[in-house]
Structure formats: C-alpha cells, structure tokens
Design a protein around this ligand. Sequence first.
Ligand code: CP
Ligand code: NVA
Length: 309
Amino acid sequence: MPDFLQIADIPAEELAAILEDAHKSKQSRLGKPKGFVDPEAPFSDCVVALIFDKPSTRTRLSFDVGVHQLGGKSIVVSTESTHRARGESVKDTALVLSRYVDLIMIRTFEDDILNELAQYSDSPVINGLTDSNHPCQILGDIMTFEEHRGTIKNKKVVWVGDGNNVCNSFLQAAGKFGFSLTFCGPQEFDPDASEIANAQEQGAEVILERDPKNCIPEADLIVTDTWVSIHEDNNPNTKLNSDLKVYQVNSTMMKMAKSDALFMHCLPAHREKEVTSEVLDGPQSVVFDEAENRLHIQKSIMKWCMGLL
Ligand code: CP
Ligand code: NVA
C-alpha cells in the first residue's frame, strides 16, 4: 500500500481522487457533531500511530480526530517519551511499529528520517511535515481554494516571504495541478533550486520576483508563512533581521491585489510579523477554512494509503 511522502511522488489523477473524496466526505458530515463516526467506519479494523518529533497543534488534533471519525484507533506519540530520544534507530523503530499499527503519520526533521521510516515500515507512512515539505497542508489548501473559487488550474498563486517547506510543497503541487507559482521574497530565501527545476519540468510556470508590485495585482491567491520555521527555532535572528520585513502581508499589499484574491497561511501565524491581523482576520482570508480542511483531506489521504479510495 502506498506511502504519502511528497506530492511529487503521486500521480495527478490520484491527487484529484483524494480531493474529490475529501469534498464529498466534508459535505456528508454537514451539521454532524465532530465526534460522529462516518457511517461506513472504514477504519474500524485500523490502528494509526501519530508520531511527533516537532510541536504541532493542527496536525496532531486533525489526524487524531480524523482517525476517530473514520472509526479507527489512534496512538499519539511524542518522540521525547520514546527510546528514539535515547538513540534507538529509525530502522528498528519502523520494524517494531509496523508490527503494531496499520498506518504511521510522522512529523519530523530531515527527509532522511521520513524516508528511512517508510523504507523499513511494512505499514504505509504519511508525511506530516519535514524540514523540506508539508504535503498534507498543500492538499488541504487546494481543497480550500476549490471550495471558494473552483479549479486552481491556470490560476496565479503568489507565495510571499520565505521559500520554506510549505512553499516547496506548493511548487510540487504547481506541477501536478497546473497553476503558476510566483515566489516573491529576497533572493537569499528563494525556495530550493531543485524544487523549482522539478516544478518547471512538470510544466509549471515558476517565477522568482523581488517586488510585490510586479506580481500581487495578478494574484488569485496570496500565501505566506512564518519567517522562522520550527527547525530554525534555535537560530532565528538571521531571518528576523533580514529583508523579509519588506514582505509583510498587510493592507498596503492587499490593496494592490484583486478584490477576489484569497489570502492563505497554514498557521500558526505570528501576527504583525509576516502578516497583520487586519489581513489575517480580513474578508479575503480563508486561514481557518484551511485549518478545518486539514481534517477532511487527511481522512481521504489515510483512506488512499489503506487502499480504500
Ligand atoms: N499548519 C500546521 O501544520 O500546523 P501545526 O504545526 O499546528 O500542525
Ligand atoms: N514552515 C512551518 C510550517 C509549520 C506548520 C514550519 O516548519 O515551521
């Protein structure tokens, strides 16, 4: 059964099937309590491990609730409480965990950890964020765009600020879904050159732009994220003292945008840093729909991994 490690690995038609299922499943639950178990309870025989090497609010809660809504059992594991924190290898952990659970979600640091876990686990593995990717977030964001504006194909997405892990996954999605991705930020924080090249190989238009005035007016979707990602928490000053300040998404920037351009941020946000409260709480912001849709899309991703789509 397939792993869900990065968007680039998954054929476009399979990504479309995951999205279609998530839209349908969300609709079918309208008005139901959060703890209502979906009638088919497709995970009634399923145990899922949710492993966290890094902090999380949305990913932790949405996967846990998602497994419950699918009728399954989840086990949330903070790595510091396990023997991995005392040096047990990722390989041995994978070999042990897949004797107990049917599916593993991990949020971790380097992609090598994710890939080694997937290599040695007999159970499928889902990437809940690494230093270089956040694929569940981006599928949830595309679901959110589709709810508000229809297909994202041929639309213009402008990523503002730091070319980070979330931005990398947007680049991979640009290739799969056929939208244009402009990175607008300082050159020193450009996204990975390999991610740009891969997106272009997939036929996506990728533009690197330094001046918001040259791209914001055309944008259908404006996205930003924190300037300092979790794996950079120990050394934030280079970024906080950098030119990133010019790229704050504020009302001056949004006044340049089309009135129907959407604003997204995966959260958590640092209000008045990369985005002002005026924008985050404003009429173009769909950030809490994004957060909700993590739940719906991840249920469909988990079903896909278990061969149930
Ligand atoms: N957006 C996101 O992944 O949030 P958490 O870090 O809270 O999981
Ligand atoms: N870029 C962020 C996303 C958090 C959800 C990080 O890795 O910190």
